[in-house]
Structure formats: structure tokens, C-alpha cells
Design a binder for this molecule. Structure first.
Ligand code: FES
Length: 151
């Protein structure tokens, strides 16, 4: 879907900015906000380009550069730290052959970190796009990645 079509699903009100940015990012196959999309949003909401770019750059949930089809976010907050999120990250890095903030050459996965995902009682946790995965260990990580590799 073209970004104009995504934007026009919302009323041209400035309080819709975050929702529009989320929809635009989700609509892009590489999970990011393009300069064109941000400029179009600014025109539609009658905002300055710099304020729209400022908001997009401020929130870590938005990306201004291309990412993978699946965004993996590993929780690095306190409870997950106690439950060894570092091992989770290492296992993911080994399985995917990339480091934090990187995207696999095939464009399938991007590895990021996140603050608490609200799953502390079942830590360590991660999200892949909108899905949450808990009680992670090496075997479970492999199983989960294989599901996404087969998609
Ligand atoms: S600290 Fe990791 S889910 Fe809450």
C-alpha cells in the first residue's frame, strides 16, 4: 500500500501523528520510516518537516533506516538481567550471525534490545514484531527462529 493511502486512513489531526508513524512503519516491508513518508505526513498534518522528523527520531520504536522483516527485541531490564538476558542475546547473535542493531544479509531479522516488556514473571523475554516469547533458553530460541525462517 502506498504511504498516502496509509496516511489518509487517519483524520488530518496532529494528535494522530504517532499512530500514523506506526502504521507507515508497519506498512513498509523493511520496517522503517522513509523520508518521503515523513514529508507526506508533515504535509498532511500541516506540521513542519523538522517536528515530524524530530518525533520519528526521538522514539526508539521508530527506525529511520531499513530493517528486517522480523524485528527481535530482547528485554534488557532488571528482572531479565537477573534471568540472564545476556545469554539470550549471545544465543541470538550466534544463531543469526549478527550483532545488536544489525540486520541479517537476507533481510529477514533485525536484532534490537528493549526495556521491560511487561513479562517479568516469565523472564527472560523477547518480542518478534508483535509476538511475545518468554522463558527463553538456547533450545527455545532455536525453535522460535526456525518458525520464522520457515515463514
Ligand atoms: S524485566 Fe524483562 S520483561 Fe520485565
Amino acid at each position: 500500500m502506498k504511504h498516502q493511502e496509509v496516511i489518509q486512513k487517519f483524520e488530518p489531526k496532529q494528535h494522530n501523528l504517532l499512530e500514523i508513524l506506526h502504521a507507515l512503519q508497519d506498512n513498509h516491508p523493511q520496517n522503517y520510516l522513509t523520508e518521503d513518508a515523513l514529508e507526506e505526513t508533515a504535509r498532511y498534518l500541516r506540521m513542519t518537516k523538522s517536528s515530524v522528523f524530530g518525533v520519528a527520531g526521538y522514539y526508539t520504536m521508530f527506525s529511520l533506516k531499513p530493517r528486517g522483516k522480523y524485528i527481535i527485541r530482547v528485554c534488557v531490564s532488571a528482572v531479565c538481567e537477573v534471568m540472564k538476558f545476556k545469554e539470550v542475546l549471545l544465543d541470538l547473535e550466534k544463531e543469526l550471525g549478527i550483532g545488536q542493531g544489525e540486520t541479517t544479509p537476507c533481510g529477514r531479522f533485525t536484532l534490537e534490545v528493549s526495556e521491560c516488556l511487561g513479562q517479568c514473571q516469565e523472564a527472560p523475554s523477547m518480542m518478534i514484531n508483535q509476538e511475545v516469547y518468554n522463558n527463553l533458553d538456547k533450545e527455545r530460541i532455536s525453535e522460535i527462529l526456525n518458525i520464522y525462517r520457515a515463514k
